[in-house]
Write a protein that binds this ligand. Structure first.
Ligand SMILES: Nc1ncnc2c1ncn2[C@@H]1O[C@H](COP(=O)(O)OP(=O)(O)OP(=O)(O)O)[C@@H](O)[C@H]1O
Length: 246
């Protein structure tokens, strides 16, 4: 369970988060949508401790995250970064086994487990010894997903998981994310612009606008939100209350 209360963050005069209150239940998959520059990444970075909020509290299973030792805290998280962000100098299996190797799991065992995880995202064992640069973009994304789920995280963040993928590969990744979250029973927060991701991955959807979660509700209610901001976003309209950045 993740609980945010009054989470606020400004950069100089730019007020990005204006007091976010949010509960994400254990095992729930929340997708955060919103226009460009509305603070979706800043929100995730605050939870991960990469950005220090100006005000507010973040609790994980009732514990204030600032009181959890950094390494113990991060070991409970899986993260799929925008663009994959694999380590170029390591073969795929070592990327996937990164945390197990760090935790001194014997190499042979870590490798076997990495190959099992690769299989879960549809990558054959022969990819284990390739380097990220030798994979296609879609395969890199799968490998990054394998790395995110390898250590059975309690919480997973997906940052624009389908960015840069063709629609078919995006569909595959969305399905794998849904399967992984269900399989792990993990709490997931995804940020995306991709409505297909929203429809495939979300139990609940939140729309971030002007520093606040302006609408939040079950994914099934998205089409009858009655909220003009949500309507504009889901239909991709240039005209509406959300002013596009030009
Ligand atoms: N480290 C930083 N220093 C100063 N300003 C920042 C920093 N990080 C983010 N911002 C600002 O915070 C705002 C929100 O940025 P953020 O990256 O969270 O947007 P986003 O909703 O994820 O956008 P996009 O959908 O385009 O990725 C932007 O105005 C950005 O310029």
């Amino acid at each position: 369970m993740i609980e945010l209360r009054g989470l606020a963050k400004s950069f100089g005069a730019n007020r990005v988060l204006a007091g976010i209150d949010l509960d994400v239940a254990t095992g729930e998959s929340l997708v955060v949508i919103g226009g460009s520059g509305t603070g979706k990444s800043v929100l995730l970075k605050c939870v991960l401790g990469l950005i220090e909020p100006d005000a507010g509290t973040i609790r994980l299973d009732g514990q204030d995250v600032t009181h959890i030792p950094r390494d113990a805290f991060l070991s409970r998280f899986g993260m799929l970064f925008q663009g994959g962000a694999l380590f170029d100098s390591l073969p795929v299996w070592q990327n996937v086994a990164f945390r197990h190797l760090k935790d001194r799991v014997p190499r042979a065992e870590a490798r076997t487990r990495a190959i099992e995880t690769l299989a879960r995202v549809g990558l054959p064992a022969r990819t284990a010894d390739l380097y990220p640069a030798e994979l296609s973009g879609g395969m890199q994304k799968r490998a990054a997903l394998a790395r995110a789920i390898a250590a059975d995280p309690q919480v997973i963040f997906f940052d624009e998981p389908t960015a840069g993928l063709d629609p078919i590969m995006a569909g595959v990744i969305n399905k794998l994310i849904r399967e992984a979250v269900t399989h792990l029973g993990a709490t997931a927060i995804t940020i995306t612009h991709d409505m297909t991701t929203v429809r495939t991955v979300a139990d609940r959807v939140g729309l971030l606008h002007d520093g606040l979660l302006r609408w939040i509700g079950p994914a099934d209610d998205l089409d009858r939100s009655g909220d003009p901001y949500v309507e504009q976003f889901i239909h991709g309209r240039a005209e509406g209350p959300i002013a596009p950045l030009r």
